[in-house]
Structure formats: structure tokens, C-alpha cells
Design a protein around this ligand. Sequence first.
Ligand code: FAD
Ligand code: NAD
Length: 367
Amino acid sequence: QVTDTLAKEGPSSPSYDWFQTDSLVTVVIYTKQKDISLDSVIVDLRDDSLRVETFIKDYSYLIHIGLSREIQEDFSVRVVENVGKIEIVPKKKENASWKCLGHPLENHNSLIPKKDTGLYYRKCQLISKEDVTHDTKLFCLMLPPSTHLQVPIGQHVYLKLTIAGTEIVKPYTPVSDSLLLEFKEPVLPNNKYIYFLIKIYPAGLFTPELDHLQIGDYVSVSNPEGNFKITQLEELEDLFLLAAGTGFTPMVKVLNYALTNIPSLRKVKLMFFNKTEDDIIWRSQLEKLAFKDERFDVEFVLSAPTSEWKGKQGHISPGLLSEFLKRSSDRSRVLVCICGPVPFTEQGVKLLHDLNFSKDEIHSFTA
Ligand code: FAD
Ligand code: NAD
């Protein structure tokens, strides 16, 4: 049985359809786009409502249906890339023929600019929490079985907790659980774990509460946001990463992805700004990676070192950058990524323009 219509606006008129067997329901989304992957679709099943958000260029296409019969909580998601088709396949609780898929819920079958969509949250369970430095921890959250969500490289999510009766929301950037594991692309569809490196500020509003959570407690996690596009890495030869403090977090997946998936890549250099040696996140992993992969170099710069520190010192400056940002050849295809405290990023971007890097050659991670 064919349900419903084409959406009326937007670039590509996506549509959907559904069919069934005795035990399965298949909801098919025709995106009419070819660059669709498993991270283009977010599925949440909640109390027998099905919510599917598909990202098509800068638009969001929503399927939102109150299902007519009960389904099991887990389901599979498949993407047929060359025809831009997405299939969501829930299992019926009872083997019986459904007369219809269900009834439309709020904003069902709508195509709206991504910037106009609100944040949608699902509750994730805290699985583990591990010290990384004196104030930064690696948190592992598990998505519910009733959610399919993969955070695209370079994007962040919002975490939400209710603190003294008020909902508090802050952005965080997922990382890999380590720099040294083999990086697989596309990420396995059953990948249910999201890792975060989070610095706890004792006088902060959100992070002390996050730190007080017990294993098994819940945190709400939003849909991803951010304007980094993986195509910025295509055919890249030189990748420069300028990170300060936890501004290192977006660099983790970018670094892993580039080293594994960009054959043209010649050099990846990370300049990592911190106050002291004790603040450096994953220092030994970074040093091991530099030893293992000759394309990768790391340089640490400290703004408040002890007298024993023999390495580079100070804040971001023209001198530090002009020496560091040497292209492997005059006309090499280059990207400089920068992330850290706002004044750091602002000064850095200005210095990069002064050094004649073009707008397209700079990506700054911001909210
Ligand atoms: P806040 O309450 O914001 O306070 C932070 C610090 O500032 C505390 O020391 C506090 O005492 C001090 N402070 C607060 N207000 C003032 C004031 N008016 N004057 C002077 N000092 C003040 N962080 C991570 O650790 N990991 C990440 O992956 C990460 N990703 C991010 C991604 C994005 C896109 C952005 C924008 C930020 C990201 N952050 C990340 C930062 C994160 O969102 C929070 O800002 C951070 O965790 C602090 O939150 P908090 O509520 O605990 O602290
Ligand atoms: P921090 O206070 O430990 O400082 C780290 C380094 O940043 C310092 O050693 C110094 O070199 C540089 N720095 C700090 N203040 C500076 C200033 N005023 N001017 C020039 N350089 C300066 O850093 P932290 O506590 O780890 O904070 C990290 C920041 O990164 C936070 O503000 C966080 O919001 C931001 N962040 C942003 C994103 C994103 O936008 N995508 C992701 C992660 C973190």
C-alpha cells in the first residue's frame, strides 16, 4: 500500500513509501540524491511512534508517524547510495498484516531548512568514565536500541541534563575512543557508543553535574550540528590542525579519517596549545601515532610551562604559525583546522589570513 505524497518545497522533492511482510515493515525514503550515507539519517522509535529525519543537503526531511500496531525496539537501517534510497526495517511484535502504516504526527512529511529544525533528544546511558588528565575525562554513552544516529566527522551534539529543575544544554564533540585503533569507514551500523573528552570545570554549571553521574545514569543527546564537511578533506595534501585545550576534540576524528581515507595526503601536523604539560590530552597516544605514521607530526606549545619545559612556549602568534605552516609543495592542496577558546580561534583565523591562506583553506570549529 502506497501512503502519501511528495513534499512540496526544497531542492529534491524527497518522498516515502512503505511495504510489509508477515514479520517486517519496511519504510523507504527516496531522497533523490546520490551522496546519502548512514549518517544522513536519524531514526527514533518511541512509544510506537516512528521519527525519521533525513538530511538532504541543507534541508531536513521528516517522517513522523504514530504506528498503527506495535513493533520491537530494534530495527535495521540500510542505505542504497547509488540511488539515494534509505530503508528502515522494524520488526512487528505480532505477525499480522497491517492495514495502514499509521497516522501522521507533528511535521510529518515536511522538508524544511536544517537551520530551522529544533533539537531532538534521546536518553543515552553512561557506560564508562575514565580519567585522561587531571581535569579531563573520556565519557562513553550508549544510544538506546530504538535509535539510529551517527555523528558525522567534525560535528557536535548537545548534551542535556536537568539541574535543580532547569534543563541545561551544552555542546560537545564526539571523539574516537583512541587515536591508535584502526578507523573504519563507514562506521558500523550497529555502532551504539559515543565517546566524549570533557574537561570538568569545578565552578562550571554543567560539567560538575555530568561528572557526578553514576554509571547507568542517563544524559539526553541531541541530533548533530556543525558545518564541517568531509568533502573539505578530499584530495588534500597538507592538513594543519591548530588546537587549544579541549579544542582538540574535533581534530580527533578529522585526523583519524584523513590518515585512513585520503590517499593524496602527504602531511598532517598538529600544533597543540595548552597551559601546562599536565593539561595535554592523549599526549602519549599522539607521540606514538607520530612515531608510527611518518605523515603525522605533533608539536606542543605551552602558555604556562614549568622551568623544565624545553619545547615551544607562548600563545598563538605569527612567529609560531609561519614556521609551522609549511606546505609540502608551493601549490599543495591544504586545509587548516582551528579550534579552542574563542579569542584563540579569532586570533588564529586572523593570523591565517595574514599568512595568505584563503577562506576555503581555513575551517574554524565554533558553535
Ligand atoms: P561554565 O559554567 O560555562 O564555566 C566554564 C568556566 O568558566 C568555569 O571555570 C567558570 O567558573 C568560568 N566562568 C563562567 N562564567 C564566567 C564569567 N562570566 N567570567 C569568568 N569566568 C566564568 N568542551 C569539552 O570539554 N569537550 C568538548 O568536546 C567540547 N565541545 C564543544 C563544542 C562546541 C561547538 C562548543 C561551542 C563548545 C564545546 N565544549 C567542549 C565546551 C562546552 O560546551 C562547555 O562550554 C564547557 O564544558 C563548560 O561548561 P560548564 O557549564 O561546565 O562551565
Ligand atoms: P585552556 O584555558 O586550558 O587554554 C588552552 C590554551 O588556549 C592556552 O594554553 C592558550 O594557548 C590558549 N588560550 C587560552 N585563552 C586564550 C586567549 N585569551 N588568547 C589566546 N589564546 C588563548 O582551554 P580549555 O579550558 O581547554 O578551553 C577550550 C575551549 O575550546 C573552550 O572555550 C571550549 O568551548 C572550546 N571548544 C570549542 C569547540 C568548538 O567550537 N567546536 C570544541 C571543543 C572546545
